[in-house]
Design a protein around this ligand. Structure first.
Ligand code: S3P
Length: 450
């Protein structure tokens, strides 16, 4: 998204009777990893169902800059002709990862143990986010990293000539830190070990195994321990990307709060490390069912049916569940507004360093729609107004954050008065077809002239 383009405000009006099928796009986490692992393999990796959001497109461009041949074909399939572990070419230009924390952190990890230098940057949001959590472990592998004050982007990474494998306890629950270290470990001798207190999404581990790496993980009293042997030969794969549970969350939650709704969201990845939102919604008495459960490419999938749920109750979401629904707290807070009683969300400090400070962004926008929010450094709560009780009519700032933008548009679908967001452009980073897909099931969104 160019900084010179103007924001595109959008309104959302109250609707009822959402119906039909919402075919949400491919999983963002798996899409990034498919492109990166395709590049780190020998042969041609085929990817079907790749998310074509801006974040993933930026990762595809980055992999081309490092020497992979990344192509989109007429039938929608993407292919990556890889350069193999350690085969990175030095890019001629700065790598711009746009809005994507996942993209920049995983790619920095992957190249940091090759004998090349690369400089990374991003948009105004990404360039404010913490990167020391990545550069610190990469420096232990022997890489050198030069960033701005507080370790922010732009950052130049001088890859290690003689990498040393590491054992690392991740200081915060983050699949991005874990994945950056594992990707760095691929081009290091010996065994790289990551220990996390709470298990985070495990797509990297599952996919590395499928590509041929020797990787194990075990749950111990000390935490979740992952061990990876260096210098594997990774072989090209055929990947079908499951549909994204984090994107499914928007139509599912919209159906729960809008009168008379009954929708189907097919073929959603339900990896347990990603399914915390659905567990929480069930505790709130949401009418959600899973149909046609099956396994594809090692991932659990199901169709999700969601129906209007007028009797939801506020719940206490425990800190232990945070990693499995970290991207879903904004939309959960919207559902909480339509429940009876207060919903308390604890252990969520990480929300403050996402694409925006998501607690602050949601609190501001929810308050402008008549809701009562309380917050501390690592918790926040929403006082529910029951199913028909949200006033709406607010103006919500989105802070270059796709999930904030989509959450408020869903809030407007069940509020008494039309709600407006300042900028709908960020939606494109993870869910480019959001407006058309939501309109198809019954949403009433309009682009407003500035
Ligand atoms: C992601 C991990 C999470 C999540 C992000 C995607 C990934 O970030 O918020 O949207 O694909 O590994 P953290 O690892 O920082 O928690």
């Amino acid at each position: 998204m160019s900084q010179l383009e103007k924001p595109i405000p959008m309104s959302s009006k109250r609707v009822t009777n959402l119906s039909g099928q919402a075919n949400v796009p491919g999983d963002k986490s798996i899409s990034h990893r498919s492109l990166i692992l395709g590049a780190l393999s020998i042969g041609k990796t085929k990817i079907n169902g790749l998310l074509e959001g801006q974040d993933v497109i930026d990762t595809a461009k980055a992999m081309s800059s490092f020497g992979a041949l990344v192509e989109k074909h007429k039938n929608g399939e993407w292919t990556v002709d890889g350069f193999g572990v350690g085969g990175f070419a030095e890019p001629k230009k700065v790598i711009d990862c746009g809005n994507s924390g996942t993209g920049v952190r995983l790619i920095m990890g992957a190249m940091s143990t090759s004998n090349i230098t690369a400089t990374f940057t991003g948009d105004a949001s990404l360039n404010k986010r913490p990167m020391a959590r990545i550069t610190e472990p990469l420096n232990l592998f022997g890489a050198r990293t030069y960033g701005r004050k507080n370790g922010q982007l732009p950052i130049t990474v001088v890859g290690s000539k003689a990498p040393i494998p590491i054992t690392y306890h991740t200081p915060v629950a983050s699949a991005q830190i874990k994945s950056a270290i594992l990707f760095a470990g691929l081009n290091s001798p010996g065994t790289t070990k990551v220990i996390e207190k709470e298990k985070t999404r495990d797509h990297t581990e599952r996919m590395l195994k499928a590509f041929g790496a020797n990787i194990t993980s075990e749950q111990t009293t000390a935490g979740h321990i992952i061990k990876l042997d260096g210098y594997p030969e990774l072989n090209a794969q055929e990947i079908i990307v499951p549909r994204d549970p984090s994107s499914a969350a928007f139509p599912v939650c919209a159906a729960l709060i809008t009168e008379g709704s009954d929708i189907l969201v097919p073929n959603i990845g339900l990896n347990p490390t990603r399914a915390g939102l659905f567990e929480t919604l069930k505790e709130m008495n949401a009418d959600i069912t899973f149909e046609n459960e099956n396994f594809q490419g090692g991932e659990l999938m199901a169709d999700i049916r969601a129906r209007f749920s007028p009797n939801m109750i506020g719940v206490d979401v425990p800190p232990k569940r945070a990693a499995s629904m970290i991207d879903e707290y904004p939309i959960l807070s919207v559902v909480a507004a339509f429940a009876k009683g207060t919903t308390m969300m604890r252990g969520v400090r990480e929300l403050r360093v996402k694409e925006s400070d998501r607690i602050d962004a949601m609190a501001k926008g929810l308050k402008s729609n008549g809701l009562k929010i309380e917050e501390g450094e690592d918790w926040w709560s929403v006082e529910g107004r029951e199913i028909d009780g949200v006033n709406g009519g607010g103006f919500c700032q989105t802070f270059l954050d796709h999930r904030i933008a989509m959450s408020f548009l869903v809030l407007g679908m069940a509020s008494k008065h039309e709600l407006v967001i300042d900028d709908s452009r960020p939606v494109n980073t993870s869910f480019p077809v959001f407006k058309s897909l939501m309109s198809q099931i019954g949403a009433n969104f309009s682009i407003l002239k500035t």
